[in-house]
Design a protein around this ligand. Structure first.
Ligand SMILES: [Zn+2]
Length: 441
């Protein structure tokens, strides 16, 4: 078989915050879901063979090489191969924003993996769909010199026969949101794969929405292995960089009464409550955005604003390739709620006890396993396409009257760190369940 499945990436322990999903919770977390990408932690200098510049030069040479597909694949980190095939190139295909995925057995539920293919296989697959692989189509994702690999992404949405061709090899293009829910947050490798897929999707979506220069309207062309684009008009040559849309997300806290404000949007799945969030406006500080959004949506005045953590969010609308969720604690100065019904369905104060009950880990684990099983079914061709809501449709067990978004979302960590860490002085707070006990549920 032409296609190969690489060995899992190994991560340093510092990238994982959820293997100790316990008493320390999120105030000690190192990274959120979609952050902590292990192949882009550092950009090599341009002279380094793993740098975007060097890798692009090597890519051009290899694509001209008609024997590309005949090169043996390296299934392990061997540096003995000739310089012409070192570093190894691996490519992650995307179709309509969905990464190529396969599913393998796990300890308690199936585990999804990214469907990396070799450059040679990528060329063949595209040729089978009548598409010539050109260097502009490949976007540099990063590298790992320890593995002797440079990683690329490619959008193959135009290759109509590709989905069925990959499908015959039990590979499937899966929605990133589904993969997000299906990811075991205590699995470092899975969290790393999710971060890589999120970064790749954000870059490819940005390429899709930046085909033309916003200044003069001419076509743009990728530069520096897809890290930026430039206007093709010689009298313009405007350089365009990947877009990030910052969003403030805040847990509004009533210190005096030991409660927090949670809200519901009409698009939420039933029973889900979360933090308030909103886009930052031009000319506005983060703190001002927190106060303005809270006032506009709930009528509550916020005083002190304290930064918590941030999270890349590449699963929003296609027109926004990547949002950056910037999380805050926002301490309320007024407490009467006046909901803006155009923005929110409801907003209410919730006691610490109620919120603690809403952190029902059993539901997250069930949702994760349900989604993981769904990905496996999709890869085996049993089932195709389902809404995210179905991931939370947990049939059995006693359901809590409300729940908050899963550990893949920064809202979860804002809320859970308040519940477990930020009790008023002198109050003893029960710790969250450990990952060990969760895995036994
Ligand atoms: Zn231009």
């Amino acid at each position: 078989m032409l296609l190969f499945l690489p060995r899992p990436l190994t991560l340093t322990r510092t990238l994982c915050y959820v293997t100790r999903f316990s008493a320390t919770m999120s105030t000690n977390l190192q990274t959120q879901a979609f952050a902590g990408n292990p192949i882009r932690s550092k950009t090599p200098k341009s002279t380094d063979p793993f740098s975007p510049t060097s890798a692009l030069e090597s890519l051009k040479t290899r694509l001209l090489d008609n024997t590309l597909h005949c090169q043996p694949q390296k299934h392990h980190s061997s540096l003995s191969s000739s310089s012409s095939s070192s570093p190894d190139f691996k490519v992650l295909p995307f179709r309509k924003g969905r990464p190529l995925t396969y599913s393998g057995p796990g300890e308690t539920a199936p585990v999804w993996h990214l469907g990396w293919i070799s450059l040679g296989d990528c060329k063949i697959f595209l040729a089978n769909s009548g598409i010539e692989l050109k260097e502009e189509a490949l976007v540099y994702l990063g590298s790992r010199s320890a593995d002797d690999v440079v990683y690329w992404a490619i959008d193959v949405s135009d290759g109509d026969s590709l989905a069925s061709e990959f499908g015959s090899k039990q590979l499937c293009f899966v929605e990133l949101r589904t993969l997000m829910v299906a990811t075991d947050w205590a699995d470092q490798r899975a969290m790393a794969d999710l971060a890589i897929a999120g970064h790749a999707r954000a870059l490819l979506e940005w390429h899709n929405v930046s085909r033309f220069c916003g200044h003069c309207g001419e076509k743009t062309i990728p530069k520096e292995a897809g890290k930026l684009k430039q206007c093709s008009n010689a009298s313009c040559k405007k350089r365009i960089y990947p877009r990030v849309d910052p969003v403030v997300i805040m847990l509004v806290i009533d210190r005096e009464n030991d409660r927090v404000l949670l809200s519901r949007q009409s698009r939420f799945v039933p029973r889900m409550w979360s933090c308030i969030a909103g886009f930052i406006e031009p000319g506005e500080s983060l703190e001002e955005a927190v106060r303005r959004e809270t006032w506009e949506e709930t009528g509550i005045e916020v005083g002190e604003v304290v930064y918590h953590t941030s999270q890349p969010w590449p699963v929003g609308p296609n027109s926004m390739p990547c949002q950056l969720m910037v999380g805050f604690y926002a301490y309320a100065k007024s407490f009467e709620i006046n909901v803006d019904k155009e923005e929110l369905e409801d907003a209410r104060w919730h006691s610490r006890e109620d919120v603690k009950k809403a952190l029902t880990f059993a539901e997250y684990i069930k949702a994760q396993r349900t989604a993981a099983a769904k990905v496996e079914q999709m890869c085996k061709g049993v089932e195709r396409g389902q809404s995210l809501a179905a991931d939370f449709n947990v049939e059995s067990g006693e359901l809590a009257p409300m729940f908050i978004p899963g550990p893949f979302a920064i809202a979860h960590h804002l809320i859970s760190s308040w519940v477990y860490k930020d009790a008023p002085d002198g109050v003893q707070v029960q710790t969250a369940p450990s990952s060990t006990s969760m895995s036994n549920l």
